[in-house]
Design a protein around this ligand. Structure first.
Ligand code: HPA
Length: 251
């Protein structure tokens, strides 16, 4: 039996700036509709080193699905059905904490959910009983440690803490909204961290967020936020994200 038949696959959900993984040795791609609808894109089955990996582009490829319209349930269910029990969610984020400027990589340890109107649970509809999962620690500790250990070994500027504020989007925030998030204790802000994390938890999967800061959050500088600066930070920082993924996943 070859190793890929023994080792469970790691799921990688790529966000803005990560629609493909260049170093992924691709074996096949498969459309996997399920009871929740269509995932954002085909699942890409492959391997990083000896580790089987299933990659999914959260916003589709090309990037076309806005954060509030991602079918998070179909995405997580598709990965689960394909055998994934550990998910790395890669997220572009805005930086609020003074150490979290553009191109910084962040492995957050907590989150606050400000999203609304998204299908955010598998436990609804015709239920036999009501389920309230524990969500005290939204990100899996050992998966976080693996990413952090990989980042330490590499020459990548990263933070091993942070509270992720998940906002609705697709617009960016006002300066007052960011001040409120900061008062709440948020260190970074993004639009796709939830309900992805909780859906993975509802299925008993290990979930971890690998964030890349692509701009200072609104009001943190004198300037407005431009797509050009976001693209520049993605170009600068995404190679570090990919290195961390390779090193931590491929081992
Ligand atoms: N706010 C919310 N989501 C984001 C940001 C931001 O500033 N940057 C990247 N994703």
């Amino acid at each position: 039996m070859n190793p890929s038949e023994q080792t469970p696959p790691v799921g990688i959900i790529g966000g803005t700036g990560l629609t493909t993984l260049k170093d992924l040795a691709i074996e096949r791609e498969q459309a996997t509709p399920n009871q929740w609808g269509e995932p954002s894109d085909k699942l890409v089955f492959g391997s990083l080193g000896k580790q089987p990996v299933i990659f999914l582009a959260r916003h589709g490829n090309p990037h076309r699905i806005p954060p509030h319209q991602v079918n998070y349930r179909a995405n997580i269910q598709a990965l689960y059905d394909a055998g994934v029990r550990t998910v790395v969610g890669v997220n572009a984020v805005g930086g609020i904490h003074s150490e979290m400027g553009p191109a910084q990589v962040v492995v957050p340890d907590q989150l606050i959910d400000y999203t609304w109107g998204r299908a955010s649970t598998f436990f609804e509809g015709d239920l036999e009983h009501v389920t309230h999962i524990d969500f005290t620690h939204p990100y899996d500790d050992s998966a976080r440690e693996q990413l952090i250990a990989a980042a330490r070994e590499l020459d990548v500027s990263f933070s091993d803490f942070g509270v992720y504020g998940a906002t609705q989007g697709p617009r960016l925030e006002t300066a007052a909204e960011i001040r409120r998030l900061e008062r709440d204790g948020c260190d970074l802000v993004g639009m796709t961290g939830m309900p992805e994390a909780v859906l993975a938890a509802e299925l008993g999967m290990r979930y971890v967020c690998l964030g890349l800061v692509v701009n200072w959050a609104a009001g943190k500088t004198e300037d407005i936020i431009t797509m050009a600066e976001i693209e520049e930070a993605i170009n600068q920082g995404m190679s570090g994200v990919k290195q961390i993924l390779e090193q931590s996943v491929a081992g």
